[in-house]
Design a protein around this ligand. Structure first.
Ligand SMILES: [Zn+2]
Length: 134
């Protein structure tokens, strides 16, 4: 990894199916076969009913901005500011922390419809971002 790149996640055995999905352009999430909850970030057991019967499914990648903040002071110099950090509520009823891109931070609002997009950072890591649905 070069010094001019933002810090990247390190997949674990538990989270690898999510990252593999990103490399294939799919947003993958765990779903509980017992209660139907979607679980993110990846867990060994359902955080609603403690079942271990979890499977990876593909999300629609569509959702809405649940909450957000605009970052003006970069945590590391590689981050280009300002940028939007948002909690996205996906259609299937789960939440994901991500960045909103392809929009002016001043235009972002709660409940704004968004969809996932993917950016390949390295051969191993493709990151999911979200953009407004226009
Ligand atoms: Zn469950």
């Amino acid at each position: 990894m070069s010094d001019d790149m933002i810090p990247l996640p390190r997949p674990t055995a538990l989270s690898e199916p999510h990252w593999q999905g990103c490399r294939e352009g799919k947003l993958k999430v765990q779903r509980c076969n017992d209660c139907g909850s979607c679980i993110f970030i990846p867990q060994p057991r359902c955080n609603q009913c403690q079942s271990a019967a979890l499977e990876w499914v593909e999300s629609s990648g569509r959702g809405a901005v649940y909450s957000f903040t605009v970052v003006h002071r970069p945590p590391k110099p590689q981050f280009e500011v300002p940028y939007v950090v948002a909690i996205i509520e996906l259609e299937e009823g789960w939440y994901m922390l991500s960045n909103l891109v392809n929009c002016d931070p001043a235009d972002v609002a709660v409940d704004m419809p968004v969809r996932v997009l993917f950016r390949e950072m390295t051969g191993d890591i493709t990151l999911p971002y979200f953009e407004p649905v226009t």
